[in-house]
Design a protein around this ligand. Structure first.
Ligand code: MG
Length: 241
């Protein structure tokens, strides 16, 4: 599984290197698919529930599940989330980052910083003996106290032989509630954060989920192993197997 996570992390890094004004989300997706295959792995999302892309690529107000498209050209000032997983030797890794396209506004920068830090606030609580709600509450509290909004209907998940496994790892919840964390659990922790409302809406393509007011949203994700000590962030490149 460490190998799958390492490939996922390298793929995300690769995606980040392609992000620039003028590139289409289709080009990024195609290159990502080739990259993952060149590592002897398969893109986890391709065909999952019928998803057409290798990765979910979501721009600006798109929170998640954006479909890569030749028509979607990145422009200076956009933010773009790339959610990518790799399947290798029977296991999946899963990770996401939201990238800046060229120079972005201060407002967009702050959203990215808060969303990314909320992921680490969640990871800090991913400790044996804690409960899933400790992770959820940390993410929710961190974001809401900074004026952001946390949709309830999309959440992180267990990950391993299947991309989506039990337990759900919500981004909204109460500390001390939910399943107990035990060593050996592998969780995809993934805050998906909106600027101006917790509400979301799904576009007519039946995939793309957007911030209901049409304002910016961001998404960061790591696959994390619960140990008897500190959590191991398996999708950090330097920790890969
Ligand atoms: Mg995930």
């Amino acid at each position: 599984m460490l190998k799958a996570c390492e490939i996922s992390a390298l793929a995300l890094k690769h995606a980040g290197s392609l992000v620039r004004p003028g590139v289409s989300t289709w080009e990024i997706d195609k290159s990502l698919g080739n990259f993952i295959k060149s590592m002897g792995a398969k893109p986890s999302f391709k065909g999952l529930y019928g998803f057409p892309g290798n990765a979910c690529i979501s721009v600006n107000e798109e929170l998640i599940h954006g479909i890569p498209s030749k028509k979607r050209i990145l422009r200076e000032g956009d933010i773009v989330s790339v959610d990518v997983g790799a399947f290798k030797d029977g296991y999946h890794g899963d990770n996401t980052a939201t990238f800046a396209v060229g120079e972005i506004s201060g407002k967009a920068r702050r959203l990215l910083e808060v969303t990314e830090q909320s992921l680490y606030e969640g990871i800090k609580r991913a400790v044996s003996g804690n409960r899933v709600g400790d992770i959820s509450g940390a993410i929710q509290g961190y974001c809401e106290s900074r004026g952001y909004f946390v949709p309830e209907e999309y959440f992180g998940h267990g990950v391993g032989r299947d991309l989506h496994e039990e337990p759900n790892v919500p981004n909204v919840g109460k500390p001390g509630r939910g399943p107990r964390l035990t060593p050996g659990m592998t969780l995809a922790i993934e805050p998906m954060i909106n600027s101006t409302t917790a509400r979301t809406r799904t576009l007519s393509d039946n995939w793309t989920v957007v911030e209901a007011n049409g304002n910016l949203s961001a998404h960061f994700e790591h696959t994390v192993l619960i140990t008897s000590g500190e959590p191991l962030v398996m999708t950090m490149v330097e920790h890969g197997g």
